[in-house]
Design a protein around this ligand. Sequence first.
Ligand code: BG6
Length: 467
Amino acid sequence: MVTSTRRARRSRAQDIKTLLILGASGDLTGRLLLPGLASLVSAGRAPGLTLVGAGTEPWTPSKWQRRLAKALPLDAGEEASAHWKELMATSQYRQVDVTAPGALAGLLASLDGPVAVFFALPPRISQLACESLTPEEVPFGTRLVLEKPFGSDAASARELNGTLRRLVPEEHIHRVDHFLGKSTVLNIIGMRFANRFFEPLWNRDNVAEVEIAFEEDLALEGRAGYYDSAGALRDMIQSHLLQVMALMAMEPPATLGERDLRDGIATVLRASRVATPFRRNTRRARYTAGRIGGRKVPDYVAEEGVHPERETETFAEVRVEINNTRWAGVPFILRSGKAMGTRRKEAVVRFRPLAHLPAGFSGTDQPDELRIGFGPDTLSIGLDVTSAGNGFELSRAELTTELHSSALLPYGEVLDGVLHGDPLLSVRADVAEDCWRIVDPVLSAWSHGRVPLEDYPAGSQGPVTEN
Ligand code: BG6
């Protein structure tokens, strides 16, 4: 008998032959997945790959081809277009209800393997589709690719993990997070661990707080079907920002291998929680009508498909504590908001104030700050320096550099990992459950109204009331 570990090891070198996208007629596939795949294929990174889309909509072959054609940028070069057209020529759309008994098994059996199955579906449907399969119906080498949110709380994430584990080994399960394109992971790790002078300062003795903010000027964008039952805490913090926090806070890994990195991430998250009282340590708000740039944005509750009684937050903030020797007492503030006046996507490390500033200096004396901006990734260090015209006066200097950015779109990087069997960008089973363990008590307190729902006009800097 071949054990699952041996099976996984043997098939690791094998490239995926067919990418099967479930939910192919959906918004995620059109908006992010196919453009990401197009960036990968047109870079020549997926030769010979067959793409099959499956959805419940009765799409004609030409409708599917039109969707594929739209995924490639208009300014793509000749070679890039040739690669993508080659994939389009063999790509098919199949109308299937993957929750129907035997449907997904039949589909898998008809494809050239190994197959990567991308579940671009709501979590409950993904769970039902997986439950419809028996291990014997999952061909050797199949990889299962799951989108966030992975489950909707710790219990459902555990259940989904159990279902997946019965079908394929953990190495073949990719819980993807496009937010952590490989560049961002490596940019944070590179900044922290390839420099001598950060590491001695990177601890509770020198750091006052770390803020990880993802504030976007995008509003609901017609995504009520998903977003109105998710909200900002599940949509951004539970999934993406806790991962960034873990990279910012982890211990130095011995290697860049997935085991070392993912162990490091898991260890930090296991030590993390949001402490009570939640009225002080968390915040939720919802946008009202306003303007962003010249654009009029309606009240969130007036958007089509929104149920006001759900009290879905479009802005969330939590103070996470990491209870270990390095970070005890340092708040990690994670915040995310939609329909904000300014886009701010960054991690900021604020250092403690000086013990003593020599008397005689005038001007600003602000704590040093280090910022990592996301998309495009940048690194800035804010320091007090003497002014050009006056050596006794301090002013602020920002030293900024751009960090590596990939030619691939974030979903291209994610799919690259899936097709080539690299689990680095996949969230491990225990980590997926731990992220829910951290936010579940907050979600429960919010749903019981224990933290007031504030509001903020679209286009503003978020809620202003002090906690
Ligand atoms: C997604 C969220 O995961 O990330 C969206 O569901 C959010 O609500 C998006 O707008 C932001 O991603 P990007 O592409 O701007 O980095």
